[in-house]
Design a protein around this ligand. Structure first.
Ligand SMILES: C[S@@+](CC[C@H](N)C(=O)[O-])C[C@H]1O[C@@H](n2cnc3c(N)ncnc32)[C@H](O)[C@@H]1O
Length: 256
């Protein structure tokens, strides 16, 4: 099922939580001179327009980037770059956050299965050092792991359209950690009143050697019953220093 389109949710509070953490992690990993590989299993279209029809329809970004105060830090540098290139209403997806922060020798590998989202991603991101695949993200990342350079980060950001995606995501993240042990692996998950993430998080924390959890809560958009009330990140194999940089949000630590 590929009905999800991230344009309706881009720039919302969950995106901000995920993209700020991603930018901080990339800044941490690129402090050392050695190049890294950054891979994404579910890339989306890479670049969003907050004045576009999807974003206007939901207005979710107003409670996220629309309510945030500009700060110093890697996410805000990436946002400035994207706005300078594409206008004030542009908002970077995770691939554009990564491209803004990676260096010429780093490798950026993106998987996106939805045909229209993939075409838009190619239009937004193609360039030297960027590899874009229209491919199942789980199959693609496992097939390419371990990549060269071996040090790096993977983002797993599914749309959780099906209930089984929680179990599938936990299994995939753990398999990827085994195949690419030099990588930090960040899994995003929604927090719903149904609390479907709980089993997934405890499965990951029970099996992965080390996992950091960062969660933040917010009101459901439009007060929708059953809607998303928070955003979570599970970081498997966290690099040294990750605990401090994920720490602006409510922070739990497991297995470390
Ligand atoms: C939550 S969005 C990604 C948002 C993006 N990571 C960001 O933060 O800007 C999830 C994306 O995964 C894509 N997708 C769904 N199933 C997929 C699969 N099996 N393999 C790759 N991409 C998939 C969807 O089309 C959608 O664009």
């Amino acid at each position: 099922m590929l009905s999800y389109q991230h344009g309706y949710h881009a720039g919302g509070p969950a995106d901000l939580h995920k993209h700020i953490a991603l930018a901080r992690l990339l800044a941490l990993l690129t402090r050392k001179a050695r190049p890294i590989t950054y891979m994404e299993s579910h890339a989306g279209r890479g670049l969003y327009d907050l004045e576009g029809s999807q974003a206007v329809k939901t207005g979710e970004w107003r409670a996220g980037i629309g309510a945030a105060t500009q700060e110093d830090g890697p996410f805000w540098q990436a946002l400035d770059q994207v706005r300078a290139a594409h206008g004030e209403s542009a908002y970077p997806g995770s691939p554009a956050v990564a491209r803004a922060l990676l260096r010429p020798d780093d490798r950026l590998i993106l998987m996106e299965l939805h045909p229209a989202e993939h075409t838009a991603l190619v239009g937004a991101l193609k360039g030297p050092g960027v590899e874009i695949h229209r491919r199942d993200g789980r199959e693609g990342l496992l097939a390419l792991s371990p990549p060269k350079p071996r040090r790096g980060l993977a983002l797993i950001d599914p749309s959780y359209e099906r209930k089984e995606e929680y179990t599938e995501t936990a299994t995939f993240a753990l398999a990827l950690a085994r195949k690419w042990p030099d990588a930090a692996i960040m899994v995003w998950y929604p927090i719903l009143p149904a609390a479907r993430h709980v089993g997934m998080v405890s499965h990951i924390c029970g099996k992965a050697p080390a996992t950091l959890i960062s969660e933040t809560g917010f009101p459901a958009h439009g007060g929708r019953k059953g809607g998303m009330i928070g955003s979570g990140l599970a970081l498997l194999n966290p690099p040294y220093g990750a605990r401090e940089i994920l720490g602006d949000y409510r922070f739990n630590e497991k297995n470390e």
